[in-house]
Every structure is written in structure tokens, then in C-alpha cells.
Design a protein around this ligand. Structure first.
Ligand SMILES: CC(C)(COP(=O)(O)OP(=O)(O)OC[C@H]1O[C@@H](n2cnc3c(N)ncnc32)[C@H](O)[C@@H]1OP(=O)(O)O)[C@@H](O)C(=O)NCCC(=O)NCCS
Length: 177
């Protein structure tokens, strides 16, 4: 197994057309169906980084800004932003496109966390991630704080142990905007 892998090695893109069975009574894509598509593309990305079986450990806040309509093309793009011990944060962006009309909008984005596991489902170490572009570095830097927020929300760590968040609150105490 490689000890380090570049972020770009985990890039995955997928495209789907919204079909009648995927829609609500307004003929727009059901949110749960979109979450399924996001889970699949993100899992493939985490597998590409780890070369392991992966399981979804958590899904961060997902806000739907626009609803893809029947017949639209939904494009999903995912890559790993940072790898920890056995877990990986994956960033997913989703666009909805009406190809005949020539319109394309970003419908939503989200962070999912996957854990690489062995054949018995036990967590297993993954390669470190190397960010290269400015955007990859920005996402990498924020990943530690996002990890601590989600582990606190899941009741897995206490606020006192979320050390990367302490500096933010110190800055606020010192008058930062
Ligand atoms: C995710 C899972 C493998 C964690 O197993 P565990 O025995 O609790 O293992 P650990 O406490 O050692 O945690 C392993 C990693 O998971 C991460 N993790 C656990 N719960 C998490 C959560 N809610 N959010 C984000 N990361 C989480 C830990 O931070 C740790 O990461 P690290 O190794 O990079 O530090 C286990 O809870 C599991 O299998 N859950 C079910 C997953 C699943 O079936 N998903 C699909 C649901 S339909």
C-alpha cells in the first residue's frame, strides 16, 4: 500500500439523467435519491484513495439549493480532501443541467466521511493525502476542524478535546469578526 496519495488520484465524476421513478409529485428529483447518488460517487472516491472496502461513517449538513427536474442531467464530482487514520473526508459537488436549454446550476455540495475497513469490518489505516492545488489545500486545511465538529456532534469527543477549534474561540474572545 502507498503511504501517500495525491488528492487528484481520488477524483470521480458521474452523470445521471433524472428519470420518472426518481421524482416527487412536482417532477423534481427526490432528495433521498440524490443522497444515494452522492453516497455512491463519494464511496468510489474513498475506495480510490484507500484501495479498501469503505463504509459511510457520517454525512454532514446537506442543503438543497435547486432541484433537478425530470429529464435534467445530474453531474456529481467527488474527491478526498484529507485522510486521517482510517477515515477520509470526501467533498462532493452536484450540478443540474438542462442540456436542451443550455442551463447549468450547482444544486448542492456536502462532506461525507468514509472509514476504510478490512474484511471483518474493522477500521484499517489509509494513505495520507497530499493536496496540490490552492483549492485542495484550502479544503485540506479546513478538514481537521470539520472532523472535530462532526465527532463532537456524534458524541465521540468532548469539546475540551477538539483542540483545533479552540484557536477559533480564542480569536473570537480576542475580538475577531
Ligand atoms: C464507522 C465505523 C467503522 C467506526 O468503527 P469504530 O469501531 O467506532 O471505530 P473507531 O472508533 O476506531 O473509529 C474509526 C474511525 O471512524 C471515525 N468515525 C467514527 N464515527 C464517526 C462519525 N460519526 N463521523 C465521522 N467519523 C467517524 C473515527 O473518527 C475514526 O477515524 P480515524 O481512524 O481516522 O481516527 C463503525 O461505526 C461502523 O461500521 N458503522 C456503520 C457504517 C455503515 O454501515 N454505514 C452505512 C450505513 S447504512
Amino acid at each position: 500500500m502507498k503511504l501517500e496519495k495525491k488528492a487528484k488520484e481520488s477524483f470521480v465524476t458521474s452523470a445521471e439523467m433524472v428519470l420518472p421513478n426518481d421524482t416527487n409529485p412536482l417532477n423534481n428529483l427526490m432528495g433521498g435519491r440524490l443522497l444515494h447518488l452522492m453516497d455512491v460517487v463519494a464511496a468510489i472516491s474513498a475506495q480510490k484513495h484507500s484501495n479498501r472496502i469503505v463504509v459511510t461513517a457520517s454525512v454532514d449538513n446537506v442543503s438543497f439549493k435547486h432541484s433537478p427536474a425530470l429529464g435534467d442531467t445530474v453531474t456529481l464530482e467527488a474527491h478526498v480532501t484529507r485522510a486521517f487514520n482510517s477515515s477520509m473526508e470526501v467533498f462532493i459537488r452536484v450540478w443540474s443541467e438542462n442540456i436542451p436549454n443550455g442551463t447549468k446550476v450547482e444544486t448542492n455540495n456536502a462532506f461525507f466521511t468514509f472509514v476504510a475497513v478490512d474484511q471483518s469490518g474493522r477500521p484499517i489505516t489509509v494513505p495520507k493525502l497530499i493536496p496540490e492545488t490552492k483549492e485542495e489545500k484550502r479544503l485540506y486545511e479546513g478538514a481537521l476542524q470539520r472532523r472535530e465538529v462532526r465527532l463532537m456532534m456524534a458524541g465521540r469527543i468532548k469539546a475540551k478535546d477538539a483542540t483545533s477549534l479552540h484557536s477559533i474561540f480564542e480569536d473570537y474572545k480576542n475580538g475577531a469578526e
